[in-house]
Design a protein around this ligand. Structure first.
Ligand code: ZN
Ligand code: ZN
Length: 362
């Protein structure tokens, strides 16, 4: 890169600072990597013009360059510049590609509210109300933030741009104006209602529509209902994160439901029609004779139908044999009589256990 810096920028050796800057802006714009994606030649040219401008825009280094030519770096040690082209560029050009406005105009933050719902609401959908703060334009000052009868003044420190240029080494860098905090305006008499914010927060009741099939961590998003943006930036979003409270009867796994149903010893031993809860109310289910505690019965299609999956899952009913307690005299006598009648063939598990594990007979 032994090209002459003046030649690179296309200016004469007597070019003024303004002329250098103008030439650089033009070339940097033309060769900027954003405008020539994947074009390594223009990227090289971009670096070349930036390096040339860096040197020539600094009066001390320009003097050295004029005196020693390309070898001037040897006298300066050569280090410490042109290795941060990106930084230099973004600082010099903060206002060149419209980045200034992006920095000042800030999108509001998202607001996140958790909402606990019961399983039935999660499965079937429904509507719930949630009280949330909502930013509204302050009517007293019509959103300007200035007391009625007064108006915001253009910041005299930055002239309304919200930025101040400061000399940092060889560069002129833009900094957020500390006087108006980047707003570009000064409100000397703030509105008493909104304290100068231009908006006020009101508790509002949000009707949250819960879609059928909602689950833990389902997020409902309300665009633009979050915190208001700064300086005309868009408002953030309001997000409601759903949490499904544990249900006393049903457990859910995806589209399948699980529940335990207690039965008596006689229902399990003799077989019975028992009542079982489902999402659509109770149904009758046949328990065959000799049903063991813990056996699972499947009710097809009695699970959950989510909106994106129209096929409902199944309900899995676990039959749990409840051993009777607080027996009546009569029941105790009958059970004792039953005990005397018990035969090893009626209890194959127990019989095998006693024979093979305990090594006892009978
Ligand atoms: Zn200012
Ligand atoms: Zn106000």
């Amino acid at each position: 890169m032994a090209r002459d810096y003046y030649e690179v920028l296309g200016v004469g050796r007597d070019a003024t600072d303004a002329a250098l800057k103008k030439a650089y802006h033009k070339l940097a714009h033309r060769y900027h990597p954003d405008k020539n994606p994947g074009n390594s030649a223009s990227e090289e040219q971009f670096k070349e013009v930036t390096e040339a401008y860096e040197v020539l825009s600094d009066s001390e280094r320009r003097r050295q360059y004029d005196r020693f030519g390309a070898r001037f770096q040897d006298f300066k040690g050569g280090a410490g510049f042109a290795n941060n082209v990106g930084d230099v560029f973004s600082e010099i050009f903060s206002d060149f590609f419209g980045r200034k406005n992006e920095r000042v105009r800030k999108k509001g933050r998202d607001r996140i509210f958790p909402l606990t719902i019961d399983l039935m609401t999660a499965l079937k959908g429904g509507e719930r109300e949630l009280t949330v703060p909502r930013a509204m334009r302050c009517e007293a000052c019509t959103g300007t933030g200035a007391a009625p009868g007064s108006a915001p003044q253009v910041c005299y420190a930055c002239g309304g741009s919200g930025e101040i240029r400061v000399q940092q080494g060889l560069l002129s860098v833009s900094k957020k104006c500390s006087y108006c905090r980047g707003r570009g305006k000064i409100i000397s008499k703030p509105c008493g209602v909104c304290e100068g914010h231009g908006h006020i927060e009101r508790e509002t009741v949000l009707k949250v529509r819960i879609p059928p099939g909602a689950d833990d961590d389902t997020v409902l998003r309300y665009a633009g209902e979050g915190e208001p943006g700064d300086h005309g930036g868009a408002a953030g979003d309001l997000k409601v994160t759903l949490r499904v409270a544990p249900h006393p009867v049903f457990r859910r796994e995806g589209t399948d439901l699980f529940c335990d149903v207690p039965v008596t010893i006689t229902e399990a031993a003799l077989g019975a029609q028992i009542e079982v809860p489902t999402l659509d109310g109770k149904v009758r289910m046949k328990v065959p004779a000799g049903t063991q505690s813990g056996r699972v019965f499947r009710l097809r299609g009695k699970g959950v139908a989510t909106s994106e999956n129209t096929d409902a899952g199944d309900e899995h009913v676990t039959v749990v044999v409840e051993t009777p307690h607080a027996l009546s005299e009569k029941a105790r006598e009958l059970l004792q009589a039953l005990g005397e009648l018990e035969e090893p063939a009626s209890y194959p598990l127990r019989t095998a256990f006693r024979r093979d594990v305990l090594k006892s007979d009978g």
